[in-house]
Design a binder for this molecule. Structure first.
Ligand code: PMP
Length: 415
């Protein structure tokens, strides 16, 4: 393996989405755009929809949706189909993206019941139970919304008990998996969850531009029974369903032009995920995340999630070292990391914005320990540039970095 980065890896993109894509995905995407009726496109679209059910671990009667748009469009689609003005909806909040969900629900005219936690933490199940029990009679919540991994904090919730709690209360459960799907475990059928949504540019390992989700039969029935004016046409499940069914039957259909190159990339990306197996791929994400957390620790850095089991597989949200005076901000560090050839992201939470930074580790790069090492080395160099590097006085210079890099030694290569 060479140390010289191909042009598309310089700088190396290690923000929490979009992410570097695999050579196969890049090749599938980089062709003259096919028409939406081209046989190769019809096959790629049909196969992708079938594959989504399996990757989401969803039941056969569930419906996958794929539209042009980002994760936000997927969130809007779920809200528009399942929530009507006057509904009461529970939101489990773990950061900036669950705040966005709550704002969307309010815009839809819903009354939100919001259960939040301090930055880096997640509400416990008891708090959610109590919030449900505290609703006035006649004010039953119809749905529970939560963010599987909130990219602003790097906090991962456990969706399973929330999905089960929603079932016990006759509520739908909707999970934003934008920074999680295919990098974190999600058993849609096993947990009886109703919607799991994502965007293409994260752990699925594709370029940005697709909004994806799978809806359970119960969610589809709730759309059919929904009161009030229908959802905006572009977001309406009922408009898309016949089109998507046609593609699964390998017939072209039209409602709005799909981003055809992205559909080709989707088919290639999902095929690679299935060839490896969803569970082994998620296990690799977990292993890479653990190794990187050990590397950050070796460099003297702490992560924002308060406990290890809350830390996502897909990104690290890392605090500035306690030794950093007010004079050094996370943005300074991000700029220095970038000067060492690796793009990472600043903080998103308003209150902590300049006190932490974020590094994505999902999709293809986790099978390239050389690129993860480059990232760790760039962070170590930036810490040195900013006068924040370990070791403590007396220790040999470079020890911390050597230890941090050694934490990645056992990661398997898969390129
Ligand atoms: N939800 C989560 C958890 C996200 O991480 C993001 C994107 N960072 C979004 C929603 C919004 O996705 P997009 O930027 O593609 O609209």
């Amino acid at each position: 393996m060479t140390d010289i980065a191909p042009p598309h890896l310089a700088p190396l993109l290690m923000i929490p989405g979009p992410v570097e894509v695999s050579p196969e995905v890049l090749a599938a995407f980089s062709v003259p755009p096919p028409g939406h009726t081209a046989p190769a496109l019809v096959e790629a679209f049909g196969a992708s929809l079938e594959s989504m059910r399996r990757v989401w671990s969803a039941e056969p009667a569930s419906q996958p949706f794929v539209i042009g748009g980002g994760g936000t469009a997927a969130m809007d689609m779920a809200v528009a189909n399942l929530v009507a003005a006057g509904d009461r909806v529970l939101v489990v909040k773990t950061g900036y993206f669950s705040d966005r969900l709550a704002e969307m629900l309010r815009r839809q005219g819903a009354a939100t019941v919001e259960v939040a936690a301090a930055p880096g933490d997640a509400p416990d199940l008891e708090a959610v139970r109590e919030a449900l029990a505290g609703q006035p009679s006649g004010g039953r919540c119809t749905a529970l919304f939560a963010t599987h991994v909130d990219t602003s904090t790097g906090v991962r919730i456990d969706p399973e008990p929330l999905a089960r709690l929603a079932r016990e209360h006759g509520m739908l459960s909707v999970f934003d998996g934008v920074c999680a799907t295919a990098g974190e475990t999600f058993d849609m059928a096993g947990w009886d969850a109703d919607v799991y949504l994502t965007g293409s540019q994260k752990a699925l390992g594709l370029p940005p531009g697709l909004a994806l989700m799978v809806a359970s039969p119960r969610a589809l029935a709730a759309r059919a029974a929904r009161r009030g004016p229908p959802p905006p046409m572009y977001l309406d499940w009922e408009v898309w369903q016949p089109v998507l069914r046609a593609y699964e039957e390998r017939r072209a259909a039209y409602f709005s032009t799909p981003p055809t190159n992205l559909i080709l990339a989707l088919a290639a990306g999902l095929a690679a995920i299935e060839a490896e197996g969803v569970a082994p791929r998620i296990a690799r994400h977990q292993q890479a995340a653990r190794a990187l957390r050990a590397a950050w620790r070796a460099l003297g850095l702490e992560i924002l999630p308060k406990r290890d089991e809350l830390a996502a597989n897909t990104l690290s949200a890392i605090r500035l070292p306690a030794t950093a005076s007010g004079a050094v901000t996370a943005n300074d560090l991000v700029a220095r990391i970038s000067a060492h050839g690796v793009n990472v992201a600043g903080g998103l939470l308003h209150d902590l914005r300049n006190r932490y930074f974020r590094i994505g580790h999902m999709g293809w790069v986790i099978g390239r320990p050389d690129l993860l090492r480059r990232t760790v080395a760039a962070v170590a160099a930036a810490l040195r540039d900013c006068g924040l590097a370990l070791p403590a006085p007396g220790a040999a210079s470079g020890d911390a970095e050597r230890q941090a890099l050694a934490a990645l030694d056992d990661l398997p290569v898969r390129s």
